[in-house]
Design a protein around this ligand. Sequence first.
Ligand code: TPP
Ligand code: MG
Length: 232
Amino acid sequence: MLTCLDLSPNEMRRKALRIRQHVIKMISARGKGHTGPALSMVEIVTALYFGVLQVDPENPRHPGRDRFLLSKGHACTALYAALAERGYFPVSRLDEYYRLDSLLGGHPVNGLPGIEASTGSLGHGLPMAVGMALSAKLNGQDHRIFTVLGDGENQEGSVWEAAMAAAHYKTGPPGRRDRPQRARNRRPYGNGHGPGATPPEVGKLRLGRPYRGRTRSPRPGADPAVRAVCIG
Ligand SMILES: Cc1ncc(C[n+]2csc(CCOP(=O)(O)OP(=O)(O)O)c2C)c(N)n1
Ligand SMILES: [Mg+2]
């Protein structure tokens, strides 16, 4: 079943601390990994997996799930730790990090539960996210797609091409009045910040304006637009 958790700020802080501990343990045990890039996004993945994303760790490919793509794949240890803490796989599996034949490699790869795409070659996360948003829009699906990029990565031309494509094809969230009741009732962001509020840790760039269904009629009752959000 798809669920969006709603941890209290204190629980959220404790969860972020555990994720940080996993990151340090994984990298120090293997002597390999990008400590700073992982630690710098711990709050972001904690907010996403424990207060924003609607997912089903027991059915990671649930068609209605929100998607998360880690574009700066070298920060994967924070993502592995968040996925383990959210229940996609046992926390003990984090010991596999950087072992030969393990799916917990130096960059995220397809096959590990919760990983939406292999990433690490910088500049690909946002283009993939925009493609997923367009696909969802054409299929009348209402899930959201989030991606985290590095500031340096934003110099890649493909990032800007994706941003322009998102604006052109209008992959942004629908305006409040355009949203059907089901989407309005869904908590966009939890933790008592109030409907529509954004946790202070999560900066966001909304791409595109509301889609008004001109290119193809969405499925009746579906929220036709998708949020492609870039957090840097
Ligand atoms: C296309 C591509 N070029 C170069 C690299 C090598 N590389 C890995 S991390 C990195 C720096 C990324 O900096 P930034 O995007 O700011 O992320 P941060 O490490 O600061 O989180 C580079 C150049 C890569 N992974 N992909
Ligand atoms: Mg950077």
